[in-house]
Ligand binder design. Sequence first.
Ligand code: DAS
Length: 328
Amino acid sequence: MKKVIVFTTGGTIAMKYDEEKGGLVPAVSGEDLAAAVPGLSEVAEVEVREFSNVASCNMTPQLMFRLSRAIEKALDEEDAAGAVVTHGTDTLEETAYMLDLLHGSEKPICVVGAMRGASDTSADGPANIWCAVKVASSDEARGKGVFAVLNNTIHAAREVRKTHSANCATFESPWWGPVGYCDEDRVVFRRAPVGRRVFHPAELTARVDVIQAQSGIGRNYIDFAVRDGANGIVVEGFGRGNIPPAMEEGISDAVKAGVAVVISTRAFAGRPYESYAYPGSVGDSKRHGAVRGGELSAAKTRLKLMVILSEHPELARMPSDLEKLMDD
Ligand code: DAS
């Protein structure tokens, strides 16, 4: 029987209703989480390692990086077939993507959460964990990177988004759809994530801020980020990546100060591009020193830029080389 190492980090999946506090709070240990899944021992030999027990709004890129280190070390153990991470759903897609950026081995990693607490009626945690362990121990998932596995569907870490604040079918991969599904007797992939790139920063040292373009805003948030010590800024533009023209001079000064500026899009899918030539267009931002990002959400563009600038800080001053890495 294959062995899967389950890292628990917290989230609703490990929460119960607290009468006194009037809401769900962290309450379930890693061991109890696994013990509550009927039939899990028939899927794989499961070893639980508690990493934390927090709501996922407490996760930071540094914690994600440390989690990645712990998982990669565990997966170096010869008898480990794969890993599962239990996680709050709010930032699940960020942790999954950070792990994916750093994951070079063939062994699958599945990040799993739940929309209902362990004490709620029809808690979805046990079924989700069962599927995640099944996928992590499957041959089908090998060599394909990191996944979010919930509601019987398998999503690529790079593509998945939380799309509903409460529904159990919240995770979707807008535009692309899931890569596969987990059934009672099998794991099925209908497509493979392509274009994964793995990075090897020694530490996560770069700080990157996200600034969302909103109608009528100017350069002040950009100026603040630069003054406050950001190494990179992701500007989440409209549609094709266009932004209010009043932000452009701020971008120019940020780039002159050695801060990398990457344009992403507020749109759910698609990539920014220099289709237009008016003030505030991506072409204009590039003339001011910015770099075009790719199809990633702003949150994931931020994580990728953090990882890249941590490994290659010199790229902040090499826009065309940085763009080749960011626009993929
Ligand atoms: N409690 C939230 C979190 O920790 C939501 C969840 O897990 O579903 O992210």
